[in-house]
Design a protein around this ligand. Sequence first.
Ligand code: DGT
Ligand code: CA
Ligand code: CA
Ligand code: ZN
Length: 582
Amino acid sequence: MAWTNTEIARQLGEIAELLRLDDADAYRVRAYERAAGAVGAASEDLGQLSKSELTDVHGIGSSTADKIIEFQQHGEIGLLAELRARVSPGLVAMTRVPGLGPKLARRLHDELGLDSLDDLAAALDDGRVASLDGMGEKSAAKLAHALERIGAKDTDRTPVADVLDFVAELCRRLGDLEAVERVDIAGSLRRLRETVGDVDVLVATDDPAAVSASLRDDAELVAEVLAEGDTKLSIITRGPGVQVDVRLVPADSWGAALLYFTGSKAHTVRIRERAVRRGLTVNEYGIDERESGKRVAGTTEEEAYAALALPWIPPTMREDTGEIEAADEGTLPRVVEEADLQGDLHAHSDVSGDGKASLETMVKAAAERGLRWWAVTDHAENLTMNGATRDELLARRERLGPLGDKYGITLLDGLELNIDAQGGVDYDDDFLATFDWCVASIHSMLDRDSAQQTERICQAMTNPHVHTIGHPTGRQIGRRPGYELDWERVFETAVATGTALEINGSARRLDIAGDIVRRAIDAGITLTIGSDAHSVGDLDNLRWAVKTAQRGWATVGDVLNCRDLDGVRGFVRAKREDGPGG
Ligand code: DGT
Ligand code: CA
Ligand code: CA
Ligand code: ZN
């Protein structure tokens, strides 16, 4: 199978991480880190290359090239399997705590015998960590706080970013099978929760045994079969190593099964209660009259909801946070959909250092997606190593008109500014005033406390040329928690200054999250959607941003990307002309 660069980089990165915890030679660790970085940054598909082509890529050596080829051929790297077996998962879990590096994790493991986040919490509680040589009360308190923030219980869940590519390939292969009529994602992944416990895939078929057998025997995808029955196959995948439950249902139960297995559990419990009050029963096969057993619905989800006198409710809203009441009262908002987007307000080209595709390639791809306008927001100069200089930006500006004309799309001359320690940004006001659109983001001093991060962001919003705040909390799901911003203050400042907040669609970020989106809308905030694309494929991030917006019940009116060019320009003008407080 053609593994994506993202997945290859993840495998190499995990090897580096485990080698370090395994006390391997620092040089060897570094080699895998460098290779992971090189693969992640590559613009071509490394999955297709030969060994000599691979070693020609800067950062990939002979031994790491061998691992990539091994992964291509077997869907598994022996060394990684070995390391996963040898290095304790508890030790790995401890390194997920911000501020807890591999060295300290090892000491906690070896000297205090800690082997899980629960162990760590207990040892922080009873003072054993504080009494460790070189630790002290203060460092221990910091760790305790960090541990609280990541929430110990969420760590055995997998970030969606780690499973999306794999699941897309799995669904593609299932869809290609003769016996499969339909295939779709269900469960928490369909609702786009930011982490998944396991992945649920629904298949409509009248030959479940054949589908089950084909998948079971697909050694490129399946590492282990956990359970196989008439209606369900549970596997552990290769690649991300996650559990997938594949449910096999007849086509005429499709809607009922999709409703049932999409959940959330809380949502479906409410649905069943409602059914009972109407003399109906709901299960994964259909909706039936309780008395007669006569089936009333089940082929489509719309029909299933309609049988309960409800409109279809988007999966992203099915968390029992008022959606059933709203649907019942006829006040369920029509949430934003991907087709409502007229443009993208955060994306990169190779004009700044970490972009992987040329401006023209990106523009062409954006136009082909049907976007009417596209803001290219390359990194501004203060970003270490990657920022664009004034001259590079001026040269880029000359190309925007002709490229837009060539591909039939309007290009907004944009920037992603860097918010400094005091809330200032790159360049000077006169230069900034010549741009159409500016995102401002925190890219440095990520470990400052919440009060300081709130201050930096609010200060940046007072700049008349800052139009939205990019990835506001800085979180990377599964890697580091976001800053705990003082949201009331952020919202207040955003409204007062006419600044928007971004929903960043990178699956690793999904920032701001759905629950914050909902609060922001209540506070009267305008939202912007950004793919934060660094490559053509990343433009798909728009979909994740839209789903995150839906989780926050955002409508077309709440999202600037749903306006036409005049609408966007009007938003920019309003801030520049009226100024803070206007
Ligand atoms: P996860 O896997 O923890 O990220 O969350 P979900 O929502 O995917 O949960 P999962 O995989 O346990 O089950 C998928 C869906 O199937 C769930 O959202 C609702 C449905 N479901 C599974 N088991 C039950 C059950 O025992 N009762 C009810 N009401 N629904 C269930
Ligand atoms: Ca699940
Ligand atoms: Ca499941
Ligand atoms: Zn950024």
